[in-house]
Ligand binder design. Structure first.
Ligand code: MF3
Ligand code: CO
Length: 255
């Protein structure tokens, strides 16, 4: 499929979709404390999404059994919420959420510390978030996709972090996953030319160890092979002629 360019009307829907998802993340972030189960987080996320009259896009996506992906410590992405998984002080937890507003998807992820966390863990969370912001410095009309990928790669490597290569960011709109794929590492080609009206989910998945990951036997949860900590940070962004518009960023300015 080729990359879709959103019309003015579609951009309005994408903006609203993103604005609502940012609220979901704000609320989930406030709920993260020692003692909460990963299923509690999923239930709360689904409740908020539905309270907006929106659809949790991950639920039943290719059989995924929840609305929020909750991934703890060495889990990178797609952790399955469970009543038995209780967060404890010192854990880090990545929350990935998506919703559909009026037919338009938004997708965003945040990694939170649970209570007091180690300096190493906080550093990983910071680097992962900054990888996204380094990438989007190049997210504007006229640049090429690989400019974003390369900036993420260089920042992660400069900070001696691993880069998960098996999973990538993506275009987004009427589908959760649209073209193009957006790797978090430098490609050996320029990639597509970015154009105003493209909406992209840019999502660095970064580790405190090696690049290698594996899938658990639940066939969803992706974990680091070396059991090092992993973090995930994602926003849905709109390409313009100037600065990109980050559609899933909170106006509360927390995350
Ligand atoms: N944000 C993820 C992505 O971009 C999560 C979707 S996978 C799901 O691919 F199955 F959990 F929905
Ligand atoms: Co995504």
């Amino acid at each position: 499929m080729s990359v879709t360019i959103k019309s003015h009307k579609e951009i309005e829907y994408m903006r609203e979709s993103g604005r609502l998802l940012a609220i979901v993340h704000d609320e989930l972030g406030k709920a993260i404390k020692p003692g909460i189960s990963t299923k509690d987080i999923d239930r709360l996320g689904e409740k908020i999404i539905r309270s907006f009259g929106c659809i949790p896009s991950f639920l039943n996506y290719q059989g995924y059994p929840a609305s929020i992906c909750v991934s703890v410590n060495e889990e990178v992405v797609h952790g399955i919420p469970s009543e038995d998984r209780i967060l404890k002080e010192g854990d880090i937890v990545s929350l990935d959420a998506g919703l559909i507003y009026n037919g338009y998807h938004s997708d965003a992820a945040r990694t939170h510390g649970v209570g007091k966390i180690s300096e190493e863990a906080q550093q990983l969370i910071n680097v992962t978030k900054q990888c996204f912001f380094e990438g989007i410095k190049y997210a504007k009309e006229g640049n090429h996709l690989n400019d974003i990928c390369t900036a993420i790669d260089e920042y992660a490597r400069k900070n001696r972090c691993g880069i998960v290569k098996e999973l990538v960011g993506h275009g987004i709109g009427q589908e959760l996953h649209e073209a193009p794929q957006i790797p978090n590492y430098r490609m050996n080609r320029r990639g597509i030319r970015l154009q105003s009206g493209m909406t992209l989910a840019i999502e660095p998945m970064i580790t405190a160890g090696s690049d290698e990951v594996k899938w658990l036997s639940d066939r969803w949860t992706v974990v680091t092979k070396d059991k090092s900590l992993a973090a995930h940070y994602e926003n849905t962004v709109l390409i313009t002629e100037g600065q990109p518009e980050i559609l899933t960023l909170s106006s509360e300015g927390i995350q």
